[in-house]
Design a binder for this molecule. Structure first.
Ligand code: SF4
Ligand code: SF4
Length: 113
């Protein structure tokens, strides 16, 4: 079973998890990062790196976020070609650039305090 990203990532999306993933299986979802269910090797390295505890092993997802298991998997099952997530440093640099993906993301999903 792969790991998944759940609701607390919304408005944070800081990409800290991307830096530690050995197989680069994080992709850009609309509101959260998504983990490719077949590429994830279940190493668990990303889970403690998330500042808002948004990452769970699929069998450990809290009841209120169970829908996020499908939310992580469905775009890949449907064959959507999502962009691979960049590392945290690159994402932060992008944020300063008006109109970039990172910049537009935080206009739509304001940063949580
Ligand atoms: S570390 Fe957590 S909040 Fe940051 S992008 Fe990854 S899942 Fe989202
Ligand atoms: S569990 Fe390991 S392989 Fe899977 S997303 Fe996290 S860091 Fe990447």
């Amino acid at each position: 079973m792969a790991y998944i990203v759940a609701e607390p990532c919304i408005g944070v999306k800081d990409h800290a998890c991307v830096d530690v993933c050995p197989v680069e299986c994080f992709y850009e979802g609309e509101d959260i990062l998504l983990i490719h269910p077949e590429e994830c090797i279940d190493c668990g390295a990303c889970e403690p790196e998330c500042p808002v505890s948004a990452i769970f092993e699929a069998g450990q997802v809290p009841e209120q976020w169970k829908e996020y298991i499908a939310k992580n998997a469905d775009p890949f099952t449907a064959g959507h070609n999502l962009p691979v997530s960049v590392q945290k440093g690159q994402w932060e640099a992008q944020m300063e650039v008006e109109g970039s993906v990172a910049n537009l993301y935080h206009k739509k999903y304001p940063k949580k305090e």
